[in-house]
Design a protein around this ligand. Structure first.
Ligand code: FE2
Ligand code: FE2
Length: 405
């Protein structure tokens, strides 16, 4: 594996020399470059392949937001991380569509090393260079036109409350993913434990959401229904159901709060890769959908044939770049190939795999192509195979209840 290169950009010489000292032990595994301003950083980018850029926000001349936006356009494969101080609140809003992650300044050495290691490990997992570029160039995913319009309306309404805003955002996969990214990062010093998109909206607050949506346009509109053969609304219903079932199964078997939260969020975002491929590789994705509908293969097999990887791989890569917790990222990546997952025990990855299966069992009409099967061997190894009938029954009851309400 090639040695990765990480570029730090900061106009304060003291910070750069502190970073150099802090990173010395990692020099065997990685190359580090340092630049004191935006133009110098772009010179480094032009001269060699840089895998991760970590930039300060406030710099004379070109600020961090402009630098990262330029890098996003010219070097889309690079992972972009923004260092933000408390005083940067206003200006940091402009960076939410260009930075993958936010780190609080001054950087905590342990956290910084962890973020760099995770980011570079993700790049190694994603073998396809073309898709790597596509995924890392993404600032946000497109939202359903009617949900987007509804959100604008609620935010412009003087009587609109935070609860109204949360109710709209919770109805959209792209918006939910974005607010979860923001609360899970050091954006505004939040760095909280995630629970749900609604809770994320509450943490961000009405003013921030307004500034993000109406001011910097963080969410984008799909304009028209993106595809005649792939229904994005159905994808959202399936994602909501999978999240609810994942939470149900996790709560039945465990009292571990982290495990329950991770299972829920991973359930919600597990198929985000489908939305990504549909919006960015439209023609090829429709070809995969058609192949699954017209032949007797699953959508997953069709994706493999056309892209060489699946929606789980690209979705996991995106959510990993956005800095969501490891178990969430891994559950998304491995939900269709549990046997490749290094930890076969009962955990969010296994739960999302089962919840996804149950969701299609209960709503077969939502599935394109052949339904995914349950990996009984892995479930058996985890000592959970005999539980699946009970889970299916309880999830069915849950769905009936939510249908009644
Ligand atoms: Fe899936
Ligand atoms: Fe799914």
């Amino acid at each position: 594996m090639d040695k990765k290169t990480v570029l730090f950009v900061d106009d304060e010489p003291n910070i750069l020399s502190g970073l150099k000292r802090m990173l010395r032990p990692m020099r065997r595994a990685m190359n580090f470059e340092f630049a004191e301003d935006g133009p110098a950083a772009l010179e480094v980018m032009a001269a060699r392949k840089v895998d991760v850029v970590i930039s300060d926000m406030r710099m004379p001349g070109m600020d961090g937001a402009t630098l990262l936006a330029t890098i996003q356009e010219q070097y889309p494969h690079a992972i972009r991380i923004m260092l933000t101080g408390q005083a940067d609140d206003e200006s940091v809003l402009r960076t939410v569509s260009v930075a993958h992650q936010f780190l609080a300044k001054p950087a905590d050495p342990v956290q910084l090393k962890q973020v760099i290691s995770r980011a570079t490990a993700l790049q190694d997992l994603m073998a396809d260079e073309r898709l790597k570029k596509v995924v890392s160039s993404i600032g946000s995913l497109p939202s359903l036109p009617e949900t987007y319009a509804r959100l604008q309306q609620v935010l412009r309404d003087p009587d609109g409350s935070l609860a109204d805003v949360a109710a709209v955002i919770e109805q959209d996969l792209a918006m939910s993913a974005k607010v979860l990214q923001l609360v899970n990062s050091a954006f505004f010093g939040l760095f909280r434990h995630i629970e749900s998109p609604g809770r994320a909206v509450n943490l961000l607050g009405l003013d921030t959401i307004k500034a993000l949506v109406l001011g910097v346009g963080v969410f984008t509109d799909m304009k028209a229904p993106p595809s005649r053969i792939f229904n994005v609304k159905t994808l959202w219903s399936h994602s909501m159901a999978t999240a609810a079932f994942a939470k149900k199964i996790a709560t039945l078997e465990s009292e571990d709060r982290d495990l329950i939260d991770h299972a829920f969020v991973a359930g919600l975002l597990h198929d985000v890769g489908k939305l990504l491929l549909l919006s960015r590789m439209h023609g090829e994705y429709e070809q995969a959908v058609r192949m699954a509908m017209e032949t007797s293969c699953s959508l997953l097999e069709a994706e493999q044939k056309i892209f060489g990887l699946s929606h789980g791989d690209v979705g996991g890569y995106l959510i990993g770049l956005w800095g969501l917790p490891g178990p969430v990222v891994e559950s998304i990546t491995f939900h269709h190939r549990l046997r490749d997952y290094p930890d076969p025990d009962f955990g969010p990855a296994l739960i999302v795999h089962v919840a996804d299966y149950i969701s299609y069992r209960l709503e077969p009409g939502q599935c394109i192509g052949e339904q995914p099967c349950l990996d009984e061997e892995i479930l058996d190894r985890a000592g959970m195979l005999d539980k699946t009938d009970q889970w299916l029954e309880l999830c069915g009851e849950l769905q009936e209840k939510s249908g009644d309400g």
